[in-house]
Design a protein around this ligand. Structure first.
Ligand SMILES: Nc1ncnc2c1ncn2[C@@H]1O[C@H](COP(=O)(O)OP(=O)(O)OP(=O)(O)O)[C@@H](O)[C@H]1O
Length: 224
């Protein structure tokens, strides 16, 4: 399997404090890799560095062979359609006053891929892909459940047909009854779209459910 994402000797510090210490791992094309560990061990910081949203002190993050550390914002933006984040607080990540179909379309507009002729059908297809219907697209976020909001976030992340999703605690804000639905959706998307995942969670059961491979982090280091 080709390494889609290759992280080598990642070292991230907040001021003098080293929070990620020599972390190395890969995610292959279409592979689901789980990153687990207790609260505060550095998982979210690793995710931010992988997404290019936080500059590491040292180390390398390569996506599809391209070194992300030190890229200019414009260069990173050009790659962004290929790897997309999904965060824990799906409701907070959505604008409260816009119908969700417009929010799903947003990455297409931002990256110049929106076409009036087939854009709306593409949004409906994305809604169905995540287990919602086109009618859900006409709702505002507060008219959806937490699980449905997370599905909208995932649909939006999929709009540009990314090869990798970086999901940081995507089920932690949800009722246990809704968690399994989202985890099953992720496995279904991996099968049907071939999209790879880096799935970050403190919930071992969730990550074991979905991950082809599990990385365990403690105090900023990978321990297994
Ligand atoms: N912006 C920041 N400035 C300073 N310290 C930070 C910052 N963000 C996180 N930290 C600290 O870095 C450490 C790692 O945080 P991080 O959020 O990466 O851990 P985590 O494993 O994702 O935990 P959680 O699941 O609780 O978010 C924690 O001790 C945290 O308090």
């Amino acid at each position: 399997m080709n390494a889609l994402l290759e992280v080598r000797d990642l070292d991230v510090r907040y001021g003098a404090r080293r929070v990620v210490d020599g972390v190395s791992f890969t995610v292959g094309a279409g592979e689901a890799v789980g990153l687990v560990g207790p609260s505060g061990c550095g998982k979210s910081t690793t995710a931010l560095a992988v997404l290019g949203l936080l500059r590491p002190h040292s180390g390398s993050v390569r996506f599809s062979g391209v070194e992300l550390t030190g890229l200019r914002a414009r260069e990173l933006r050009a790659l962004r359609p290929r790897f997309q984040p999904v965060f824990q607080d799906a409701y907070g990540a959505l604008s409260p006053r816009r119908e969700v179909r417009h929010q799903i379309a947003e990455p297409l507009r931002v990256h110049g891929r929106w076409r009036a002729a087939d854009g709306p059908a593409r949004v409906d297809e994305l809604l169905e892909r995540v287990g919602l219907s086109p009618a859900h697209g006409r709702r505002l976020p507060h008219e959806l459940s937490g699980g449905q909001c997370q599905r909208v976030s995932i649909a939006r992340a999929l709009a540009t047909r990314p090869e990798l999703l970086v999901l940081d605690e995507p089920t932690s804000a949800l009722d246990p009854s809704l968690r399994a639905g989202i985890l099953n959706l992720l496995m279904d998307l991996q099968d049907s779209l071939g999209v790879g995942f880096l799935l970050i969670s403190h919930d071992h059961a969730a990550v074991h459910h979905v991950g082809d491979r599990i990385l365990t982090m403690r105090d900023g280091r990978l321990v297994a």
